[in-house]
Design a protein around this ligand. Structure first.
Ligand code: ATP
Ligand code: PRP
Ligand code: MG
Length: 282
């Protein structure tokens, strides 16, 4: 059975359970369950702290795990574990910040104290840019570290920026890392069942991004219409009782659907219908 680690709490937990459910897996009913066996799908889920997941996969106790790219980088297990798929949710950036007006460039942090919950990630970054600064480890709420006097700056996860703004702080320097939820696995290993898991997740990602569009169009306009809706592979063309017309079915990107409908309408297509795609295997 494929052993999969899933975040039990925090920003990624609910979204992780949602994507796995959409991919057809059973998920735990209560937050007290630590393990869930899904014999039908030949997988076993372990609900763990998001921060620990890279450690379990890196040490080989679990086959794959869903975590954040920043947490994975922080765990320093890149010799034994690797990112195998980006999952398109839980996006954030990892950034330096300080009270507004204090610093403008990263180089100004030489010899200063930087508070973070991501020591491994910050240390690797400081080493990469050749900057010597002191790292102060805090478990969370690092935005308070400067005003309370334990650090001069912080390095933390920024999503909307609301927490920083509320604390009177601003980011500076280049972003350290662009993060999102990812699937990680053991480097170079390909356990049985992994292909199915990845194909299912890929299917959910595509189904989330694409819609199905159907319309009727005059045969004479077919070429122009299908140029607007080329689809993922090739549009389906079906005959209609009115032989001068055809029905077209194609996939269209969600964030493009209204432009496509407008263009088709102007071209003369009618009965333009858009529907959700629930699942897909490419
Ligand atoms: N608004 C957000 N706040 C925190 N983490 C976020 C946010 N958006 C996305 N993430 C991602 O979620 C993961 C962090 O999750 P979580 O908040 O559970 O961890 P944590 O802060 O270390 O844990 P905890 O706060 O429970 O001690 C990271 O990969 C992070 O990039
Ligand atoms: O940019 P924003 O949308 O405001 O989100 C970022 C904030 O969310 C996280 O904190 P979390 O809620 O995980 O608390 P913690 O600091 O105690 O971990 C993170 O550490 C930031 O403080
Ligand atoms: Mg947190």
């Amino acid at each position: 059975m494929l052993r999969i680690a899933v975040p039990n709490k925090g920003a990624l937990s609910e979204l992780a359970i949602e994507i796995l459910t959409e991919a057809g897996y059973h998920q735990r009913r209560s937050s007290r369950e630590l393990v869930l066996v899904d014999p039908e799908n030949q997988v076993e889920f372990f609900y763990l702290r998001p921060r620990d997941i890279a450690v379990y996969v890196g040490q080989g106790s679990l086959d794959v795990g869903l975590t954040g790219r920043d947490l994975f980088a922080d765990a320093r297990v890149k010799d034994t574990a690797e990112e195998i798929m980006a999952l398109g949710f839980g996006a954030s950036t990892f950034r330096l910040a300080a009270p507004a007006g204090t610093f403008t460039a990263t180089a100004e942090l030489a010899g200063k104290r930087i508070a973070t919950s991501y020591d491994g990630l910050l240390a690797a970054y400081l080493e990469k840019i050749g900057l010597d600064a002191e790292i102060v480890h805090l478990d969370g709420a690092v935005e308070s570290a400067v005003s309370l006097g334990v650090a001069d700056a912080i390095a933390d996860v920024v999503e909307t920026g609301n927490t920083l703004r509320a604390a009177g702080m601003e980011v500076f320097g280049e972003p350290i890392l662009a993060s999102e939820a990812i699937m990680i696995g053991q480097t170079g290993k390909h356990p049985e069942g992994l292909d199915v898991l990845l194909r299912r997740l890929q299917g959910v990602l595509v189904a989330r991004r694409w819609l199905m569009i159907d319309y009727d169009v005059d045969k004479a306009l077919l070429e122009q219409a299908t140029a607007v809706t080329p689809g993922l592979e090739s549009p389906t063309i079906s005959p209609l009782q009115d032989e001068s017309m055809v029905a077209v079915r194609s996939m269209v990107q969600k964030d493009d659907v209204h432009r496509v409908m407008d263009e088709l309408y102007v071209l003369g297509a009618r009965a333009i219908l858009v529907s959700e795609i629930h699942a897909i295997r490419l």
